[in-house]
Every structure is written in structure tokens, then in C-alpha cells.
Design a protein around this ligand. Structure first.
Ligand code: HEC
Length: 184
């Protein structure tokens, strides 16, 4: 008698545990989508902050510029990639089904984004006062599709270019990934 009651209790517990686990799993999927979308929005706000300062350099503040760069640095690279690790998560989102198949390409773009953010952080640290001329693209300097294209060959090259140039390449990185891996 006692044994059966315990067995029933166990059965019920197992059932409850199974229900809870299913709920937890589906909400974990929902969470990761919510987190990565929130991260994307935070990065979009950060790019607005930076682009505003390049448009009107009198508004430049090194600490705000750095904070915006760090917002992107901390949400790109491996952090970004890890949020797109499972296809099941992507069903109620705009993430393309090709991310898992073209994992290397996706991760490379996510890492490029981080490299640009690191370069912008360094520029802010090197320019604590007003925005220096060396941060700006000089008139007539090749832009965007210039000799570097969108992929940076090495860190030195990246740190040597004006921050504004790195910023434009960064924006192209956002666009490149969205064109390939985000669904309309
Ligand atoms: C490596 C690929 C990749 C990079 C780089 C990337 N994104 Fe995204 N982004 C995505 C994907 C995939 C989605 C769709 C996510 C989803 O719906 O779950 C997305 C969605 C978004 C969204 C919509 C978020 C929402 O609320 O639905 C915004 C805004 C955004 N990205 C901005 C940016 C900005 C700004 C950058 C560059 C600073 C950037 N992204 C870089 C892949 C990327």
C-alpha cells in the first residue's frame, strides 16, 4: 500500500518535472531570441551615438564614444555567435535558416564587427579631448570599397586607419550580415 502510494507520487513528480522541463526549454529559446534582438537594438543605438559625433564633432565626448564602442564590442564576436547556435530558436525570429550551414562565414562577420569596435574603443582612449583630425576621414580619401574592402587584413592596419573609416566599415559589416543572414 505504502509502496504504491510512493510509486504514484513518483509518477506524478516525474510528470510534473517533464512539464516543467518542456516549459523551461521553450522559454529558454524565447529568451535567447529576446536577448539577441535586444543586443542588436543596443548596437543600433550605439552606432547612432557614434555617427552623431562624426556628423557634429563638437558633440564628441571620449567617454560616450568609448561606451558606445564597448556596447558593440561586448555584443559581437563569440557572444553574438553563441546566440545563434540553434535552429529551433530561430523559428519565431528573423534569423536566416542558413546561419548553421554557413557557420564560419557568420562567425567571421561577427568577429569583424568586434575588431572594428575594439579599434573604435582604442581611438576614444587615444583622443580623450576633442575629436582629432586623425580620427576623421580626410577629404578625398578612399571610402568603403577602398583598398581594404570590408575585411580587415590585420590589426595594425585597422588601428592605423582613421576611426571614421573603421566606423564605416563597421556599418558595412552590419549590412553584410543582415543581407545574408537576416530574413525580411
Ligand atoms: C553576424 C551577423 C550580424 C551582424 C554582424 C549584425 N547583425 Fe543585426 N541581426 C542579425 C540577425 C540574424 C538578426 C535577426 C535576429 C532575430 O530576429 O532573432 C538581426 C537583427 C537586427 C535588428 C533587429 C532586432 C529586433 O528587434 O528584431 C537590428 C536593429 C540590428 N540587427 C542591428 C544591427 C547593427 C546596428 C549591427 C552592427 C553594429 C548589426 N545588427 C550587426 C545578424 C547580424
Amino acid at each position: 500500500m505504502r509502496l504504491t502510494a510512493d510509486a504514484n507520487k513518483f509518477g506524478l513528480l516525474a510528470f510534473v518535472a517533464a512539464v516543467l522541463m518542456t516549459a523551461a526549454m521553450s522559454s529558454a529559446a524565447g529568451d535567447v531570441v529576446a536577448i539577441r534582438q535586444a543586443d542588436m537594438k543596443a548596437m543600433a543605438a550605439a552606432t547612432k551615438t557614434i555617427s552623431g559625433m562624426f556628423k557634429d564633432p563638437t558633440t564628441y565626448k571620449a567617454n560616450e564614444f568609448k561606451w558606445a564602442a564597448d556596447t558593440i564590442r561586448d555584443r559581437s564576436g563569440g557572444v553574438l555567435s553563441a546566440h545563434f547556435a540553434s535552429e529551433a530558436d530561430s523559428r519565431q525570429s528573423k534569423a536566416g535558416p542558413n546561419i548553421l550551414k554557413e557557420r564560419d562565414r557568420f562567425d567571421r562577420i561577427a568577429n569583424d564587427l568586434r575588431d572594428y569596435a575594439v579599434a573604435l574603443d582604442a581611438a576614444a582612449q587615444n583622443n580623450p579631448g576633442p575629436m582629432s583630425a586623425s580620427m576623421r576621414i580626410k577629404p578625398g580619401e578612399a571610402m568603403g570599397g577602398g583598398p581594404l574592402g570590408t575585411h580587415v587584413r590585420n590589426e595594425q592596419q585597422l588601428l592605423a586607419m582613421p576611426a571614421e573609416h573603421a566606423f564605416h566599415l563597421m556599418l558595412q559589416t552590419c549590412t553584410t550580415c543582415h543581407a545574408k543572414f537576416r530574413m525580411e
